[in-house]
Design a protein around this ligand. Structure first.
Ligand code: PSV
Ligand code: MN
Length: 388
């Protein structure tokens, strides 16, 4: 028992996914960063690839940038270039985890000089946002400690709060500070923003324009992530997702690859909590790396996976579900939920795409387009983009 596909057609058309520029560059595990033929050498080439994903799917109109990986002299020009390619520039991700100075942390570092440097980097990112027209500054911190006694965890929270307050004060208009949590890595004994509760405490102290980013790979195994989604939406503090898939840790695999059912459950809660309503402010972003697969089709697969699970979540017969719940009919409620998940929406989605002038099978259309061969032939020489 599900809603008919025709009923969800218009809602599906609102889906906009923000793709990460770094998904198109070489990135990787701690062991080996493999290079792929055709990998972009410049930010412009990353944006062309992202625009290609959008052209074949209609799903990815915005590209998130990471500073300094995507630093250019003229962000106004980059913005215009992106527009010409048919995409916009989205979230600016700051990076205070790759400089020697940040060995013992950044915004929570015991040395005020290092904290200053990390704050200034985030202020520079706000300046970038002013030029790119981006709404969100996303902060993920590698801050934490490896050994008990290494630093005063409580003092680190105070320093972090102070640093964040200075950054937040610089935001203007509708700009937002989005704080991302992660329960471990690269710090292993404790991280300074390990969980949604800590992130929530910090953003609440900052003000209305501070919200939380939920990276699906940043929880302990077995965590009920959709509960966190429900709670943050309920409190009006879910700012964005970093979607990806994990088997063991922060694996950064293609979203929906490891556990499509979890993605479905998350999207059900997003719908339930108004996170997909127009103007909700929840950015559906990917945070992935493609280490052994080709990157552009890897991103196409990713956005299609989100679309498929969103379609299934939209098909959920919430009226029938409410009734079963009111009647305390546990098994019927579960059956209605599973009916939506088990519905194969692929044929309907193929028709839906064709009606909108998109390829019915974007993966195949990309394979047959020659784009991959073209970038592999053209992009020789120069340095492939990566994590440095
Ligand atoms: C940290 O693991 C993280 O999830 C943050 O979002 C970083 O910005 C990103 O990965 C880099 O890929
Ligand atoms: Mn992330």
């Amino acid at each position: 028992m599900t809603r008919p596909f025709a009923e969800i057609s218009e809602d599906l058309a609102r889906l906009e996914i923000e793709v990460p520029s770094w998904a198109y560059g070489n990135s990787g595990t701690r062991f080996k960063v493999f290079s792929t033929p055709g990998t972009p050498r410049t930010v412009h080439e990353k944006i062309s690839d992202a625009a290609t994903v959008h052209r074949y799917t209609g799903l990815a109109p915005v590209v998130a940038l990471h500073i300094p990986w995507d630093r250019v002299d003229d962000f106004g020009e980059l913005r215009r270039y992106a527009q010409e390619q048919g995409v916009g520039l989205g979230t600016i991700n700051s990076n205070t985890f790759q400089d020697e100075d940040y060995k013992l942390g950044s915004l929570a570092h015991p040395d005020p000089g290092v904290r200053r440097k990390a704050i200034d980097h985030n202020l520079e990112c706000i300046e970038v946002m002013n030029q790119t027209g981006s709404r969100d500054l996303k902060i993920w911190l590698a801050d934490g400690t490896n050994y008990p006694g290494q630093d005063d965890m409580r003092a680190r929270q105070d320093r972090l709060a102070e640093s964040l307050a200075e950054i937040y004060a610089r935001l203007a208009g509708d700009q937002r500070l989005v704080l991302e949590y992660k329960f471990f890595e690269p710090a292993f004994y404790h991280t300074d923003v390990p969980d949604w509760g800590t992130a929530l405490a910090h953003v609440t102290a900052l003000g209305d324009r501070a919200v939380v980013c939920l990276d699906t790979g940043h929880h302990a195994p077995g965590t009920n992530v959709e509960f966190i989604v429900a709670q943050l939406l309920r409190l009006g503090r879910l700012g964005s997702f970093d979607f990806n898939s994990r088997f063991y840790a922060d694996d950064d695999l293609i979203v929906g690859a490891a556990d499509p059912f979890q993605l479905f459950r998350i999207l059900v809660e997003v719908l339930r909590g108004g996170g997909y309503d127009p103007g909700s402010g929840v950015a559906l972003m990917l945070d992935q790396c493609h280490n052994i697969e080709a990157k552009v089709p890897g991103q196409i697969r990713s956005v299609l996976n989100v679309q498929e699970m969103l379609a299934r979540a939209l098909l959920l017969d919430t009226q029938a579900l409410d009734q079963a719940r009111r009647e305390g009919d546990v098994l019927t409620a579960n059956e209605i939920f599973m009916d939506a998940f088990y519905t194969d929406v692929r044929p309907d989605l193929a028709g839906w795409r064709e009606q909108r002038g998109l390829p019915a099978d974007p993966m195949r259309a990309y394979r047959e387009s020659g784009y991959q061969q073209r970038i592999e032939n053209d992009r020789v020489g120069g340095t492939q983009a990566g994590w440095n």
